[in-house]
Design a protein around this ligand. Structure first.
Ligand SMILES: Cc1cc2nc3c(=O)[nH]c(=O)nc-3n(C[C@H](O)[C@H](O)[C@H](O)COP(=O)(O)OP(=O)(O)OC[C@H]3O[C@@H](n4cnc5c(N)ncnc54)[C@H](O)[C@@H]3O)c2cc1C
Length: 375
């Protein structure tokens, strides 16, 4: 983790990577390449390739309440383990040694799913020990950010052990990874010393729920989602995330999101309610899993055919960043010569959906941020 509070990949001084490893990195690192390698479903504009788009939630009330949104991601994991569809899940939870940090591990006990519910708005690197992790079982489902899933899915095309063992890729919509320093800032605002904290949850316990923390003396504090994500965490995300070509989990079999109710101006209504996920099924493996999880009562469907335009009202930010992706990327390329590979044609089609003046503004804004070192 660097001084800005972000996990950064680095090569230890004096070590030269073997050529095949360098090639694997160049192919799968999501800072370089996020071109999807699977082509299921049909193209649904800014939402990418889809087999179905629905809203729903975990049928288990406890998972629904404790989940970040409606617990759908957790319900899918529970279904997979309880029905022997995979031996284990690899996912992120809070580090047992330091509740402020994310830790990754594999687990096979379905009761463990509930402990891992909720979003962790802090740096996570669920692939850091993936080759060691997958030695432990024969089949897995992987849960991670869209960039993690992209990296793993692409790496699996090169590494047979990954291809054979990772059976399902699950993800969520992601607006970016906040710095670890943002967590400390949030705790400071909540009136806790971050070195004294024994438990921390960013979300969950309702929808959107509260950020809640407790210190060694038993002092409990909480902060609304609007104040935690809206005013602190969401303002301190990694530069790469600001130009992310895929915040909507296009490489996953199933991607879950918040089915926010938004007002006329697109502001989400953060009044507490029972959580509802938007659920994007992207592959035939995902479609089969989703169908079976619904059939066997793990997930309850609310709207069985959510339209892309309604999802756009629920997730205006994700739709917007797809439309300006080309422009932001072009500005980065022109100012510093870097770019991330993604599918250009769909991005161009998305770009013509907004006023050209927006593109001018985005180009200038991104250029300014690059030159100021903020991106
Ligand atoms: C960094 C970040 C940004 C997000 N941005 C958006 C957004 O733009 N739009 C939106 O709708 N929702 C966003 N979310 C929330 C996420 O979409 C919801 O978690 C999603 O609706 C799934 O809800 P759920 O109730 O089904 O999840 P749960 O059933 O609560 O399951 C959550 C799963 O996410 C995993 N997880 C949590 N934090 C991390 C992490 N840091 N890294 C890897 N895995 C993690 C957990 O292991 C768990 O398996 C974000 C979450 C994160 C962590």
């Amino acid at each position: 983790m660097d001084k800005d509070g972000f996990n950064r990949p680095c090569i230890q001084p004096g070590i030269t990577l073997p050529e095949d490893v360098s090639r694997q990195i160049a192919w799968s690192c999501p800072g370089l390449n996020v071109k999807p390698v699977q082509e299921d479903g049909v193209n649904r504009g800014v939402w990418g390739r889809l087999i179905s788009l629905t809203t729903g939630y975990a049928s288990d009330d406890s998972l629904r309440f404790n989940g970040a949104t409606g617990g759908a991601l957790s319900a899918l994991q529970k279904y997979l383990l309880e029905n022997g569809r995979v031996d284990a899940i690899v996912s992120v939870s809070s580090d047992p040694e330091n509740p402020l940090l994310c830790a990754v591990s594999s687990f096979s006990d379905p009761t463990e799913v509930e402990r891992r519910t909720g979003s962790r708005y802090a740096p996570s690197s669920p692939l850091q020990d993936i080759m060691a992790e997958i030695k432990k079982y024969n089949s897995f489902a992987f849960v991670g950010k869209p960039c993690d899933v992209s990296a793993l899915r692409r790496a699996a095309t090169l590494i047979p052990e990954l291809k054979n063992k990772v059976r399902y890729y699950l993800s969520f919509f992601c607006a970016g990874v906040p710095s670890q320093n943002a967590t400390s800032k949030m705790l400071e605002k909540m009136g806790l010393d971050d070195k004294n904290v024994v438990s921390l949850k960013y979300r969950g316990n309702g929808w959107p729920g509260f950020a809640s923390a407790m210190d060694r003396q038993g002092k409990e504090v909480r902060m609304s989602y609007n104040d935690s994500w809206g005013k602190i965490l969401g303002h301190r995300v990694l530069g790469r995330c600001k130009i992310c070509p895929d915040g909507i989990g296009e490489h996953a079999d199933i991607t879950c999101a918040d089915a926010w109710h938004c007002d006329e101006k697109g502001f989400p209504d953060f009044r507490e309610a029972a959580g509802v996920n938007a659920i994007a099924v992207r592959t035939s493996a995902g479609a089969e899993l989703f169908r079976d999880a619904v059939r066997d009562g793990y997930i309850t469907i609310q709207d069985s055919d959510l339209s892309g335009s309604v999802l756009e009202k629920m997730q205006p930010y994700q739709a917007y960043r797809k439309k300006v992706l080309i422009t932001r990327t072009l500005a980065c390329f022109v100012t510093r010569g870097t770019f991330i590979r993604f599918k250009v044609w769909p991005a161009l089609v998305n770009a013509i959906k907004i006023n050209p003046l927006r593109h001018v503004r985005e180009f200038m804004g991104t250029t300014y941020r690059v030159l100021k070192g903020r991106l």
